[in-house]
Design a protein around this ligand. Sequence first.
Ligand code: SIN
Length: 331
Amino acid sequence: MRKLLKHSLITIAAATTLIASGLLQARPIEIKFSHVVAENTPKGQMALKFKALVEQRLPGKVQVKVFPNSQLFGDNKVLEAMILGDVQLAAPSLSKFKKYTKKLQVFDLPFLFKDMEAVDRFQQGPTGQKLLTSLKKKGLVGLGYLHNGLKQLSASRPLKTPADIDGLKFRIMASDVLAAQFEAVDATPVKKPFSEVFTLLQTRAIDGQENTWSNIYSKKFFEVQPYITESNHGLLDYIIVTSAEFWLTLPKDIRPIVKKSLDEAIAHGNSIAARKVNEDRQKIIDSGKSEVLTITNRQRQQWVDAMKPVWKEFEREIGKDVIRAAIKSNN
Ligand code: SIN
């Protein structure tokens, strides 16, 4: 026994000397980045850019493994897995944080932001930045917002006015605001993970869904949905999130480089998001598989009138001040 102990101590001492002299490299810190979308999307491209930047700046010290398409964790599991230390980075949509903070529900309110510039002003302003830290109590750190864009309605029949959606089953993300939004126009909301949407549409288990041009294109929803209404009625953006335990234990010389790389990768993802609105919309039109419908101002106003009462319903949970700040960002 004494011999074994002596041997172990000698081994530890030898390893320590080798590490100190740089002859034995410590293992790189591994960052698993899990997301649910395809690689040819703003989030997919942002994740790959982050990997490239970090590994170039911290060679042998940090290794990033990106898992797209719900390969590692789906929507419902990723944040729990993060708290358990099984994944270090994710970028869930803002609609998927309800269990962690109710304030982020502001981003789901229908017809709140007039365009992505307004969204940007709100996210980068004091209220938006405060919302980023609202996850802290739950052991999560919001590292930044990432854009995807405004959502459109795809369906098995043409939707021009709220009366057209009556009775249709619509897949939504796990958000009570989104459920209320569809109930307000007499549709039936069905909360389902992103990974199941294509099959649900293909098998006609649901009649429609709401998403951005890039998600509708990259996940081929347009191949199984004959109509897409260009409604721009809501937002689909993300928070890049990590666990406080992982973030705060990163070595002091590594953390700022990881953060800088993340900020640059977000800027890259945002520029792709802005480009993809037109590019992926056009690709869908060119495919001839789905008809893109535009609506008149009068028809749009009917959707606004039908859905806007949802704001009041969630005012208490979100906070009047937060909603007010979001409205102000439209000016
Ligand atoms: C995502 O963009 O991350 C998925 C959005 C969705 O669940 O519809």
